[in-house]
Design a binder for this molecule. Structure first.
Ligand code: ADP
Ligand code: MG
Ligand code: MG
Length: 246
């Protein structure tokens, strides 16, 4: 599904990603862990198509296509989703309009008719229930005045509405209490199937008790310094990152 080859990326002239190699097959969940400032968000943002990054070298193939050549919109239409570490408030844009436009743009790309008002409301109700999102929130502007936890749940709600093939979740667990964490994880797990993959970026092992990864990678100073199975997350919880820094 996704192949990253020797990806080197700079921001404002500073090299942040220093040669990332990663292979993600359909159906797999990969966790990316690592200390603050390692480049985890940079990697997620580059994959999703955020501008301001300079690609110095390397290649990213998504379902055989050159991902870095595509606009962020096209990447989304092709099934890529990024849940932001810091979701943005968009005053004046009601959640309902935002998500309806997104869903119907995705449908158009697949050659499907837009959902009728009834179908859309039914889908929205179903997905809100999945993540226990307060029913009123979709009447407000995107993320405006949402609590930290509500913003994170809203990311998972949007993901559930769009049913991406490749979901990248950037520290969705940060700022969530244990109940919200469980709900969010259930939302992610509900999407799991053999055709869908996820990259779960997290600082802590806790989330990975609920979303069990097939592989765990440690990113440190712009490089993947260790890759292993899910047991690596437990080892990191116990020993921290210092042993890998050496
Ligand atoms: P992580 O998500 O692992 O905490 P980030 O990808 O956010 O790490 O950041 C990696 C490094 O890149 C940090 O040193 C950060 O300051 C720097 N960086 C990220 N984005 C920018 C930016 N837009 N401008 C300048 N430096 C940036
Ligand atoms: Mg960070
Ligand atoms: Mg980050």
């Amino acid at each position: 599904m996704l192949t990253i080859k020797n990806l080197r990326v700079a921001v404002e002239g500073k090299e942040i990603l220093k040669g990332i190699n990663l292979e993600i097959k359909a159906g797999e969940v990969h966790a990316i862990m690592g200390p603050n400032g390692s480049g985890k968000s940079t990697l997620g943002n580059v994959l999703a198509g955020k501008e301001e990054y300079e690609i110095l070298e390397g290649e990213v193939l998504y379902e055989g296509q050159d991902l870095l050549d595509l606009s962020a919109e096209d990447r989304s239409r092709m099934g890529l989703f990024l849940g932001f570490q810091y979701p943005v408030e968009i005053p004046g844009v009601p959640m309902v309009n935002f998500i309806k436009t997104s869903v119907n743009e995705h449908r158009k790309f697949k050659g499907l008719e837009p959902l009728t008002a009834g179908e859309f409301l039914k889908l929205m109700r179903e997905k809100k229930e999945l993540v226990h999102l307060d029913s009123q929130l979709t009447n407000r502007s995107v993320n405006e005045g949402f609590s930290g936890g509500e913003k994170k749940k809203n990311e998972i709600f949007q993901m559930a509405m769009l049913e991406p093939k490749l979901a990248i979740l950037d520290e969705t667990d940060s700022g969530l209490d244990i109940d919200a964490l469980r709900v969010v994880s259930e939302g992610v797990n509900a999407l799991k199937n053999p055709e869908r993959s996820a990259i779960v970026i997290t600082h802590y092992q806790r989330l990975l008790e609920y979303i069990v990864p097939d592989f765990v990678h440690v990113l440190y100073q712009g490089r993947i310094v260790k890759s292993a199975g899910k047991e690596l997350a437990l080892e990191l919880e116990e020993k921290g990152y210092d042993w890998l820094k050496k």
